[in-house]
Design a protein around this ligand. Structure first.
Ligand code: ZN
Length: 251
């Protein structure tokens, strides 16, 4: 079940903590001192609260780079290494206005998970972070009543790091929805003008986004593209099938 509010989050982490029974603190070992210490559940709660408010999907909250498959890591070690160097620097003035596109034509390359590492590092480094899903962006812009009152654009204005997960999945209708197209252009324009840092993921290179308005594509070309290589599951599978067949013959 997805967590929706900070209260829900508190109830699920602190409320269910077996160490402090929901109090959020523990009496110090020397109980005569009358000192109270924050329980460890509060550390987790405070961390996850920031992720929740930044819109980072819950499935990535506890994710860290140790969770990457070793073969994926080996195949992309140079790319991942330079990406980590970059994320460590988040918050430095020099990175303002920069962007990274994590793209891959292969499946299972953990693009979103990689983006979540930047988002969490940004939070840790004190940046105001906001996560957008490409598939949801069009609907969010459509729901906004007016340009001036656009919640999405307000979010952009107060963010320092924006994640656009699956930027290739933003639905851009060619015809009637001129309003949303204009807002989407403004969305990318604001990011550019306010020197917001971007981490975007895509299932294809920017060259393949032919249907996107040229002003948006131009902005995307400003980002550094990092290609991630997937693990060849198909070859792995055929090898596995051969092995199964050989073993079947033996039986
Ligand atoms: Zn606790």
């Amino acid at each position: 079940m997805a967590l929706k509010t900070v209260d829900d989050l508190h109830a699920s982490i602190v409320g269910k903590c077996p160490k402090c029974s929901g109090a959020g603190y523990q009496i110090a070992r020397d109980e005569h001192s009358g000192q109270f210490n924050d329980c460890s559940c509060m550390t987790t709660f405070n961390e996850y609260k920031k992720y929740l408010l930044a819109g980072i999907p819950e499935r990535f909250w506890a994710f860290n780079h140790d969770h990457f498959r070793s073969d994926f890591y080996e195949k992309n070690s140079i790319t991942i290494g330079s990406y980590y160097l970059w994320t460590d620097e988040l918050g430095h003035e020099a990175l303002r206005g920069s962007g990274i596109l994590l793209w891959s034509g292969d499946h299972g390359t953990a693009k979103s998970a990689m983006a979540s590492l930047a988002a969490k590092q940004g939070v840790e480094n004190g940046l105001r972070v906001r996560w957008f899903s490409g598939t949801a962006l069009y609907d969010l812009l459509l729901r906004d009543s007016s340009f001036e009152e656009s919640q999405v654009l307000k979010e952009v204005d107060k963010s320092e790091l924006i994640i656009i997960d699956e930027v290739d999945k933003i639905f851009i209708p060619v015809g009637e929805r001129k309003l949303v197209r204009a807002r989407l252009s403004e969305f990318f324009n604001r990011i550019y003008e306010q020197l917001v840092i971007v981490v975007a993921t895509s299932n294809c290179p920017i060259d393949d986004l032919q249907d996107y308005p040229s002003d948006i594509v131009d902005r995307m070309y400003e980002w550094d593209a990092l290609e991630l290589k997937g693990v060849d599951y198909r070859r792995h599978q055929s090898r596995l099938q051969k092995l199964i067949k050989t073993n079947a013959k033996k039986d």
